[in-house]
Ligand binder design. Structure first.
Ligand SMILES: [Fe+2]
Ligand SMILES: [Fe+2]
Length: 152
């Protein structure tokens, strides 16, 4: 089954960049308070970075916002991994593999954002990263939260 996109990809006529903002919606709520609140923070950090890019902020502000996003993603993944260990989550290995790869992709993105700034490519990459995470939340994080609920 194909996952429905979180936001329909609309494009800006002049730049062809998706400038949608990201929000928590009921279909991606996991029901775990900590996990959901951290996902909201991640969306806020993505939106802040999109704002920093679209409002023509300087390279420093963009770099700082991108760093914050990477740091927060990392903190969130550690929190989820701690819960997985605590509850002996059976899908831990697969979930962890995604987290590791995603953190690397975010780190690569941050360094490109620092050197290239807000371009059609880097903004496209940011939207791609956001969509990938939303897919992960929709499937894997929801599965994790359901397991925790069942075990606690
Ligand atoms: Fe996760
Ligand atoms: Fe998550």
């Amino acid at each position: 089954m194909w996952a429905t996109p979180f936001v329909s990809p609309t494009t800006n006529m002049t730049t062809s960049v998706n400038t949608n903002r990201y929000y928590m919606t009921p279909d991606i709520e996991t029901g775990n308070e900590l996990i959901d609140s951290e996902h909201v923070q991640i969306f806020d950090a993505v939106n802040e970075l999109l704002d920093a890019c679209s409002s023509g902020h300087g390279r420093d502000k963009i770099a700082q916002t991108a760093e914050f996003l990477a740091g927060y993603v990392s903190k969130h993944f550690s929190d989820e991994e701690r819960l997985q260990k605590k509850y002996k989550y059976p899908n831990m290995e697969k979930h962890l593999k995604f987290h590791i790869k995603y953190k690397k992709d975010v780190a690569d993105f941050v360094s490109r954002m620092k050197t290239e700034g807000a371009t059609v490519q880097t903004l496209g990459e940011l939207n791609g990263l956001a969509s990938t995470l939303i897919n992960h939340i929709r499937h894997e994080d929801k599965r994790l939260a359901a397991y925790i609920r069942e075990k606690s």
